[in-house]
Design a protein around this ligand. Structure first.
Ligand SMILES: [Zn+2]
Length: 397
């Protein structure tokens, strides 16, 4: 046994004590988390994929956004006035360079807002932009809402909408008196005519329910998306009267089950890319469910072997999307800004076997401090994911 003199013993005790100190009590020179930008020492191949191998349908974009907040009064309903986020000519230039055939604008609005969207994008540039409509949430208090919303969908399709988009408003924000009262469940029966009408009209539904797992956990030092949630505290759904994430997804899955003729595209890998076994089990149970990968390559790419098996198994039901929002910068995360670089990262992830690269064009990854590996998908799978799966749902030849 080592024999220590008194001075050595005291130094040992002090060291043990320092280890036991809580982080906030440590007195060492600490680097602020947001200042930590380590450069990787790894020397591995780095590819640039300037153009996708096949023409791309980006199934998840936002070239317009509702200008009227949910529940705002003043005679205009939610989504009935839109902000234009993109200049079509500028977007088309990026699309040409990146081999993007078509952008699907999911948040096209409704009523007058939808009309403005279609005029500026879809009709001005046929074959390059398609827009989805959104529910008229401000009408949810009306006794005749189920019928009204079903008919509204028919009107929207006549105007030129190509699908229906549900944001996470449903389940997390929409309440009995629009913005007040109890939350309305995702599978509330008053929406049944809407789901069924979409099926009858052949309109696919892009649906976003819940959010990443980390957004339903406390924003503390154990939360792997601590920086993101600290920058956007309103993105946390931990506490208050929010349902759990599992409850939200179960309600959504009951909708899939009750409406087997309706085609659903569950955005963001069904919002559970943290657990691909879970998503796979839903795809097995619901033949009318598809998924889209926008803003989730950070999750897929940190489990590349599991993700590649997922693409192999569900190659006919995975759609390419970026969740891109054109500048100017708003509240969105940097990874979402529409740019050449954004597309190059997605292409690199899908097409190459590059290792350990950033999943977003920013010095610090916005979702969490990790890097991703490429999947190196086969040409036949790439063709389906980039274009064919979306073309089938959108009935584009
Ligand atoms: Zn989106």
């Amino acid at each position: 046994m080592t024999k220590w003199n008194r001075r050595e013993w005291l130094a040992f005790v002090a060291a043990v004590g320092a280890c036991r100190q809580r982080p906030e009590e440590r007195t060492t020179t600490a680097l602020a988390l947001e200042e930590f930008e380590p450069n990787s020492s790894l020397r591995v191949p780095e590819s640039t994929v300037e153009r996708a191998m096949f023409p791309v349908i980006d199934f998840h974009c936002h070239t317009t956004w509702s200008a009227v907040p949910l529940g705002a009064d003043g005679g205009e309903g939610f989504g009935e006035r839109v902000d234009f986020l993109g200049n079509p000519e500028e977007l088309l230039a990026v699309m040409e360079r990146k081999n993007v055939e078509l952008m699907v604008n999911l948040t096209g609005g409704v009523g007058d807002g939808l009309e403005q969207t279609l005029e500026r994008f879809d009709r001005a540039h046929p074959g390059r932009f398609l827009s989805f409509t959104e529910p008229s949430w401000n009408a949810v208090e009306r006794d005749d809402f189920p019928q009204f919303q079903a008919e509204q969908l028919e009107r929207s399709q006549k105007l030129g909408a190509n699908g229906l988009k549900l944001t996470k408003t449903l389940g997390l924000y929409l309440r009995e008196r629009v913005t007040t009262g109890p939350l309305i469940a995702v599978d509330d029966p008053r929406f049944d005519p809407m789901w069924e009408t979409a099926a009858g009209l052949g309109l696919p539904i892009a649906i976003h329910v819940s959010d990443p797992d980390a957004f339903f956990l406390p924003t503390d030092r154990h939360n792997e998306r601590y920086e993101e949630l600290s920058n956007h505290p309103d993105w946390s759904f931990y506490g208050q009267d929010f349902p759990t994430k599992a409850e939200l997804l179960e309600a959504r899955n009951r909708v899939f089950e009750r409406h087997p003729s309706t085609q659903f595209v569950a955005l963001h890998v069904g919002n559970h890319s943290e657990d691909l076994d879970d998503v796979a089990s839903w795809l097995d149970r619901f033949p009318n469910m598809n998924v889209e990968i926008g803003a989730r390559i950070g999750e897929l790419g940190r489990q590349p072997r599991r993700a590649k098996r997922f693409f192999d198994s569900y190659q006919d039901r995975i759609l390419f999307g970026t969740d891109a929002i054109p500048p100017p910068l708003g509240n969105e995360t940097p990874q979402q800004i529409f740019s050449d670089e954004l597309y190059e990262i997605y292409y690199r992830f899908l097409e190459t076997e590059d290792e350990y690269f950033d999943y977003a064009p920013a010095p610090v990854p916005p979702q969490g401090r990790w890097r991703i590996d490429g999947l190196g998908l086969s040409e036949s799978i790439l063709k389906k994911v980039y274009r064919d799966n979306a073309a089938r749902l959108l009935e584009i030849i």
